[in-house]
Design a protein around this ligand. Structure first.
Ligand code: ATP
Length: 598
């Protein structure tokens, strides 16, 4: 089940969180510099446009005497228009180039970040996934990186452009008419206060509405993954109702946000238009009085519009930056996650060729989630090279835990495990795991062809080798009967196979790997008697010369092993050949009597 993630507050220091992105930005310094230059050019161009308008107005409509010469140094009206066209073309060009460059950087950085986080997550031990659900990792990889992409790929450039526009516009306002600037500045300051306050409320409501949408998707995700159970218990209507209720809650939250947002939009339009009209009114009086030219008033109004537009965008961008700050923090948390399993600083080379002996020396282990419970206690066991050992015992005795420690999915709390005398902690995880082939309790089938699924055991294997492994695992016959044989797609999570067929694919995969150690965790539990006989033959061939550990509840299947180890409550209680143990009359003998009717 997907764990409900608590609502996360937006980071109080979004800017410092964003600084964590700098290693991802650094490789693209040259492009960032180019984007900055283009940004400056575009902003400078837009700031010149009102000046050109001023000249046009004064030259064309306000009387030639007002400004002779003008911005483009020509008195001729046509030349002024050509100049204006050139400005517009330059602006269009710089904006397009900037848009491309900045978006490229955004997409690039996001792709790099996504891959880096994914690679890091793949290196984590199972302990990591006990606390962080896969659904959450996925939402971080998609949702959070998209937020960052928005900020890096557009908001930052929009913000800078608006800042230039805002500051440049203010300066130009002051240059054009100090008196009107003073007036507009005072009005803006007065109106900014309620707008900022309402803006903050909009942000809070947006977050709430997003959280409600996430709740609804989480529910849908969980239910869609459990469809057979939902339908078997005829819960479709209930589930549909439950989802509709969550959708309704998200609708209500969205409407609440929209109401405040609508109010804010109206207020901003009223404030901006009101201020401009008011300034126009005062300006018109000044034009009548001969203090200001028509062109200057026109330019002033354009600058005022630029400043207002800049301020609006800045506020919007700030919201994005705040949200991206939180997203960055969450992603960096994943990126800096340390695996609980440490690789050795100076790893030893593995000291084995064909065969491996395994030795458990006083191994004790508690799962990190339950530190007070001993899953394994003082396990001492010597397994000779090529020996076949069965681990039996009641459910929860610690059999699977023992295999987890061998693979170093978890670290033993005390004692040590040796392969050919070497402490497994002195080896790299890659070397250790390369020597082990496992058939897990619940075999995993990837959404790929049968051929690709078996080849997962050894990607370099030839088709003939894959076929031989499938034959050994008694998988050949059912795969050949699939519509497209080995090329048949096995469906997501192997849904197009029966449990026993999935196990046979997993066994073929392990046989193909051909590692020195073979671990079978209830590998044949889902097989019928006939298939089991076939698979046992395949497994017997695979076990030949390999150190093998078999976990099984079906004692009939362990008659061929060299030794049986009986576990109970994390301790080894008996060891010996099947015949020895039956004679001793202990736990194994009791279990065997029940199962085998002996
Ligand atoms: P079964 O035959 O049912 O598969 P097992 O002998 O393989 O059982 P283990 O899976 O090794 O038993 O479990 C041993 C004990 O450790 C059990 O009590 C189990 O509840 C506990 N355990 C297993 N996995 C975890 C985990 N990830 N976190 C905490 N405790 C765990």
């Amino acid at each position: 089940m997907r764990r409900q993630t608590p609502d996360r507050p937006v980071s109080p220091r979004p800017l410092s969180a964003l600084r964590g992105l700098s290693p991802f930005l650094r490789p693209y310094r040259a492009r960032i510099a180019l984007a900055f230059v283009l940004l400056c050019l575009a902003s400078a161009t837009i700031l010149v446009v009102p000046l050109a308008f001023r000249d046009l107005l004064d030259a064309g409509f306000g009387g030639e005497a007002a400004v002779s010469g003008g911005l483009f140094g020509a008195d001729n009206l046509d030349a002024r228009f050509v100049g204006l066209f050139a400005l517009a073309a330059l602006w269009a060009l710089t904006v397009a180039a900037r848009y491309y460059t900045v978006s490229w950087i955004g997409e690039r950085v996001t792709a790099d970040l996504r891959s880096a986080v994914y690679a890091r997550v793949l290196g984590q031990s199972p302990q990591f996934f006990e606390t962080l659900q896969t659904g959450e990792v996925l939402s971080r990889l998609t949702g959070d990186t998209t937020l960052i992409q928005t900020v890096v790929g557009s908001s930052v450039s929009m913000g800078l452009r608006s800042l230039f526009q805002f500051v440049g516009g203010m300066v130009m306002l002051a240059v054009t008419s100090v008196q009107l600037f003073g007036l507009i500045f005072g009005l803006m300051a007065l109106l900014a206060l309620p707008i900022v306050a309402i803006g903050r409320r909009v942000r809070k409501l947006s977050r709430e509405s997003q959280d409600r949408i996430a709740d609804a998707s989480a529910l849908a995700g969980e239910i869609l993954n459990a469809m057979p159970t939902v339908q078997a218990f005829t819960q479709e209507h209930n589930e549909a109702r439950r989802f509709a209720a969550r959708s309704e809650t998200s609708f209500v939250a969205a409407v609440r946000r929209t109401k405040v947002r609508a109010l804010l939009t109206g207020l901003i339009i009223a404030a901006v238009m009101g201020t401009i009209i008011f300034v126009l009114w005062i300006g018109a009086q000044q034009v009548q009085a001969g203090v200001l030219s028509v062109g200057e008033l026109g330019a002033f109004v354009l600058y005022a519009a630029l400043v207002a537009g800049g301020a609006g965008t800045l506020a919007e961008v700030w919201g994005d930056v705040m949200r991206a700050g939180g997203a960055t923090e969450r992603l960096l948390e994943l990126l800096h996650a340390e695996s609980a399993i440490r690789e050795p600083a100076t790893p030893q080379r593995p000291q084995w060729d064909e065969q491996v002996s395994i030795r458990f020396e006083h191994v004790g282990f508690s799962y990190p989630a339950r530190p007070t419970v001993r899953a394994l206690d003082d396990i001492c066991l010597d397994i000779a090279p090529g020996e076949r050992v069965a681990l039996v015992g009641p459910s929860g005795a610690g059999k699977t835990s023992l295999l987890q420690l061998l693979l170093r999915f978890y670290e033993a709390s005390s004692g040590c495990i040796r392969f050919n005398g070497q402490d497994i902690r002195a080896l790299t995880l890659h070397d250790l795991r390369a020597a082990i082939a496992i058939v897990p309790q619940e075999p995993v089938i990837f959404s790929a062809s049968a051929l690709a699924n078996i080849r997962y055991g050894r990607p370099s294997a030839s088709d003939a080798e894959v076929l031989a492994a499938a034959q050994a695992a008694a998988a050949d016959e059912f795969i050949a009967r699939l519509p497209e044989g080995y090329a048949s797609f096995l469906g997501e999570r192997g849904t197009r196979l029966s449990g026993g067929q999935r196990q046979r694919v997993a066994i073929a995969r392990a046989i193909l790997k051909g590692a020195q150690v073979l671990l079978l965790d209830e590998a044949t539990s889902a097989l019928d008697a006939e298939s089991e006989v076939l698979v046992q033959q395949g497994l017997a061939a695979a076990m030949q010369g390999r150190t093998t550990l078999i976990i099984t509840h079906r004692l009939a299947t362990v008659q061929q092993v060299d030794r049986i180890v009986v576990l109970e409550e994390g301790r080894i209680v008996e060891t010996g050949t099947p015949a020895d143990l039956r004679r001793q009359g202990g736990l194994y003998a009791r279990l065997a009597a029940l199962q085998l009717d002996l």
